[in-house]
Design a protein around this ligand. Sequence first.
Ligand code: PMP
Length: 356
Amino acid sequence: MKSWRDNVRRVVPYVPGEQPNDPDMIKLNTNENPYPPSPKVEEAIRNLDCDAFRLYPDPTAHKLVSAIADYHDLKESQVFVGVGSDDVLAMAFMTFFNGDRPILFPDITYSFYDVWADLLRIPYVKVPLNQELEISCADYKQENGGVIFPNPNAPTGTALTLEEIRFILEHNRETTVIVDEAYVDFGADTALPLLKEYDNLLVVRTFSKSRSMAGMRIGYACGSEEMIRCLNDVKYSFNSYTMDMTVLEAGAASIADEDYFQETICKVQETRQWTQEQLRRLGFTLKDSSANFVFASHGECPARELFEALRQNHIYVRYFDKPRIDNYLRITIGTQKEMEKLVDFLETYLKKRKER
Ligand code: PMP
């Protein structure tokens, strides 16, 4: 018998990190920023005129687009905004990855990429990270229908240099190359200067991490005017009013407070340095991270066991039960105090475990 079920688009969805309802928790599992957004954001929201909510928001999101364009010294026509970088990336997959050849991305990377590719029926090949769990640029010299990778990569936290990104672009002049810079502000080279040389490069960014605004959902892409036009054509064929009025004001206010932005990043970087040193002292192996998280593996204690033990003590980190990385924890950098609590717990736990 025929059924409506025969016509359903079947997908295995992306699983976001938990947002537990636990008042005592230390939340280090979804790479949020532990510090609040700029006070200017709060002020902008307080000054909103609710009467204006009767009207549709500006579909071009001009206030936010122009703030971002000025900030990066780009034309407004080179900036596209969306509801978090997830929305921007999904639009970019839909817009640019329509060839017959497979798109390329690392085997260990942001786990939404294969979900979008499956959803949109885009063929793909996962390019293995090398032994060091790093991207090998030479592997991206093969034929493809597009390339996407995060820089720094997630969940590993290591970054490519500008020259390495240039190498990938140099060998992929005929397809779209997307650099997902969700974590770039925490210490990696941005690919933005390469926009002048490559009209097939799209750089995608977010307000969720370095701007402490994950809850507001703001992402953007920078690219050639032609690429941004193509993205907008798809967006306007799907949902024209993606950015609400609150977000347009809040996002522009964040951009206007550069001092606060830099200060917050410095705090996260200092705590990251301290955390890395402490974790190494406790027997963890980890690469220096360029992001707001570390990716660490312990020589003696399995990651899954540590994940469970931490969780029982209201410390939430991320564990991926996946080949090659199932003995690692991804730990977001919280406040210095939160990281001290994490390190204290781990120190006691590992000591007791040794005595058992
Ligand atoms: N890219 C990467 C690599 C990420 O880790 C994330 C966060 N989960 C995103 C994009 C999406 O972030 P958002 O939608 O909050 O901008």
